[in-house]
Design a protein around this ligand. Structure first.
Ligand code: BDP
Length: 710
């Protein structure tokens, strides 16, 4: 009896366990389709098309049956097809479809003889897939109606995730488990059915938001990546991603000819080296005919590159570009370099790349991080945007939260990327936003692209934090349409992922929209940057001083706090970094009285009693801003607790627990930074804000156990 009871309980637990909500479905729930299904009387489409199959499969999964296929003209019919299909030809929208390009589409309501049709049409099958997902999205978010007139095409032609996955399955700066592509295995490369279904789910999720490329391995690339053994696995991954219009790309190690090929040199101008790459590229294309190309981190943070042989970045990039060109491949060459002599780190990429403007082949694009330093919670945009006029640049943003609380903190990064994309470079007069300098609007470049460093791992919910999924989602949506607002993106994501109930959507949306600013407030407000612990970039260590380490990896290099004040002088009295920006930005940034508060300590070293725009002195402003960040995280907790009745218990509790960690960490940040800086400011923390709850000495002893935070 007892044994039976135990067995029964175990079984019950297993069943509950299997059905428990773990977030794995992402935003692809489509649970409103059932309610909406009477919307269509049937589908008029060529069943053999992948987009149509995908639509029907989702429809069946959610409503229990396929949408009936019809051919005559029936009211409320859904018509899906490309311009070559009969059902579309008769509609007279051909010109419009051609205008949208291969990846674009239209969704329209057409009325004829008292009958209404919803049409999803495109020039090419690629666009059709995106059109179908758009339709599913608006059905799910309640935006579907009988008067649709949507035409869409992507802002960038290459919209790529950069996975920093190592071949042993670990992920550099990954906080959601191990790699979905690689793992250590004695009998490498083994591919299981589970891998394949996960890759398909991954591909569907990406395609549903418009991502069309995946770089499968870390920018700190192992030469082994290009060995036959691993290329065969890349081939297998590529074949699962291909139907979803996703190309694979690889990060390469510049010294592969030596380290993998056994050549004596990897000098890009050496004929044998060129030959080695050409052969390697041929081998890749034999396996993967639609291979996308290479991502290259060279002469950066100790990695090999063309400069090791007295050559330039252009020499290196062009050599690879020549090998890829006959196959249609591209080179994404990173500008994340800061080794060129002793100067302000924020200036170095510009100094190294500007002289090379115009020297790159037309299948090379330079990948530039959003800010001039390194994915900090807030940076001004990199001055390379707008400045390199003869070379296409692609923005690189970091979806994984290396510097924003890992997968413990709820930080909706869309507002950061929106701020960046909307930043005016003034390169071509007012309105020359970063978005417009990179998407072909201003410079008319043929090749346009954008990259996001992925936050995806083997965790059941893919991203560690349920709300980190929103960052994957937002990256895809902004890559597709770089003028979308974060409010719109958050709205869509919440409705698809959780609930459409306005009582849930509105407060959760405002929490998301505020979350990045809150994080800046409790971590490093007013333009402060890189106050992170040396080893892990999670917690604060403004005091950090590792003997013998690079100065530009030390927080002190950036904050310069002393009794005289705090900040980095990048004005004309300091490093002159302001001069890398166009007028009137350089003048605005150069004067502490006109420099926006959010960048003030980025560009200026200021005395503690500097009078801020608010009328407060700098020290007080700093204290109030840190405190504000803490209060904001407390509000997030309250907000979420109130939302309990709208959310399944599993996801509710997980988010609740992490908000608790975030609120705790915010106090840690505030106390650590204020108590440390107070030693120099020698002023009281304003008496109307919370007193520190920690002692500086204790905080300085913290050595983080990272496994806890992963
Ligand atoms: C830094 C990361 C490091 C990366 C590097 C990069 O700390 O792990 O390798 O960026 O982008 O932010 O290459």
């Amino acid at each position: 009896m007892m044994r039976n009871l135990i067995a029964f309980t175990l079984m019950l637990l297993m069943v509950i366990g299997v059905n428990a909500e773990n977030g794995h479905q992402l935003w692809l729930r489509f649970d409103r389709l059932e309610a909406e299904s009477p919307v269509f009387s049937g589908i008029n489409a060529d069943k053999s098309k992948f987009a149509v199959k995908e639509f029907q499969q989702i429809w069946k999964e959610k409503t229990g049956k396929l949408l009936p296929v019809v051919s005559g003209q029936i009211d409320n019919q859904l018509i899906v097809g490309t311009r070559k299909d009969k059902n579309i030809l008769s509609l007279g929208i051909d010109k419009e479809l051609v205008r949208q390009g291969k990846e674009g589409y239209v969704i329209k309501t057409i009325s004829k003889q008292n009958k209404t049709f919803t049409v999803v049409a495109s020039a090419d099958e690629k666009g059709l897939l995106y059109g179908v997902y758009h339709l599913l999205r608006i059905l799910q978010t309640g935006e579907f109606n009988k008067a649709l007139n949507i035409s869409e095409k992507p802002s960038y032609s290459v919209r790529v995730l950069n996975h920093w996955d190592n071949l042993d399955g670990t992920i550099e700066r990954g906080y959601a488990g191990r790699s979905i592509f690689w793992r250590y295995s004695e009998e490498h490369p083994t591919i299981t059915d589970k891998d394949i279904s996960l890759w398909r789910e991954y591909a569907r999720a990406n395609a549903s938001i418009g991502i069309n490329g995946s770089v499968l391995n870390n920018v700190n690339a192992s030469p082994k990546m290009l060995s036959e053994e691993y290329l065969l696995k890349v081939k297998a991954i590529a074949s699962e991603l291909r139907p979803y219009n996703i190309k694979v790309y690889l990060s390469i190690n510049f010294s592969s000819p030596t380290n993998l090929g056994g050549l004596k040199t990897s000098d890009p101008l050496n004929p044998e080296v060129k030959m080695w790459w050409a052969k390697k590229v041929n081998e890749i294309y034999k396996l993967i005919p639609d291979f996308g190309g290479f991502l290259v981190k060279a002469n950066s943070e100790g990695l090999p590159g063309p400069q090791d042989f007295g050559r330039t970045h252009a020499d290196g990039a062009n050599m690879l570009a020549d090998a890829l060109k006959p196959h249609g491949g591209i080179v994404m060459w990173r500008a994340f370099v800061y080794d060129a002599g002793k100067d302000d780190r924020a200036k170095l990429a510009y100094k190294e790349f500007m002289p090379l403007d115009g020297q790159f082949r037309d299948n090379v694009i330079i990948q530039v991080k959003n800010g001039p330093i390194d994915f900090q919670p807030r940076e001004p945009f990199s001055p390379l945007f707008g400045a390199m006029k003869k070379t296409p640049l692609m923005p690189e943003v970091q979806i994984t939260q290396e510097y924003l609380g890992f997968s413990n903190h709820l930080v909706f990064l869309s507002t950061m990327w929106e701020e960046f994309l909307e930043s005016d470079t003034y390169c071509n007069g007012k309105g020359s936003t970063v978005a417009k300098t990179t998407d072909g609007t201003i410079f008319k470049q043929k090749l346009t692209a954008i990259a996001g460093v992925a936050n995806i791992g083997l965790d059941a919910n893919w991203c560690g934090h349920q709300f980190a999924q929103a960052n994957w989602y937002a990256f895809g949506r902004l890559a597709w349409n770089n003028s979308l607002t974060s409010a719109k993106i958050a709205d869509e994501w919440i409705k698809q992922t959780f609930s459409s109930d306005a009582k849930f959507v509105e407060p959760v949306k405002s929490m998301m929209l505020e979350s990045r600013e809150a994080t800046v407030n409790y971590m490093m407000p007013l333009g402060l940057h890189h106050l992170f612990a040396y080893g892990h970039h999670y917690g604060p260590e403004p005091w950090c001083d590792v003997a013998g380490a690079r100065q530009d990896w030390m927080p002190k290099y950036y904050h310069n706090a002393s009794v005289k004040g705090i900040g980095f002088d990048r004005s004309t009295t300091g490093s002159n970094a302001v001069l890398q920006y166009f007028s009137p930005l350089k003048e605005d940034f150069n004067d502490a009285n006109t420099c926006p508060d959010k960048y003030i300590l980025w560009f200026h070293f200021l005395p503690w009693d500097f009078k801020m725009k608010s009328g407060r002195i700098l020290w007080d402003e700093l204290c109030y801003t840190y405190d504000k960040g803490v209060q904001q995280t407390r509000e997030f907790q309250k907000n979420w607790d109130k939302a309990e009745r709208f959310v399944d218990p599993e996801r509710f509790t997980q988010v609740q627990n992490r908000l608790r960690i975030q609120a705790h960490d915010a106090v840690w940040w505030k106390d650590a930074c204020l108590l440390y800086f107070q030693q120099f400011s020698k002023r009281p923390i304003p008496y109307d804000i919370e007193r520190p709850v920690y002692k500086l000495d204790d905080l300085m002893k913290i050595k983080l156990d990272l496994t806890h935070h992963n």
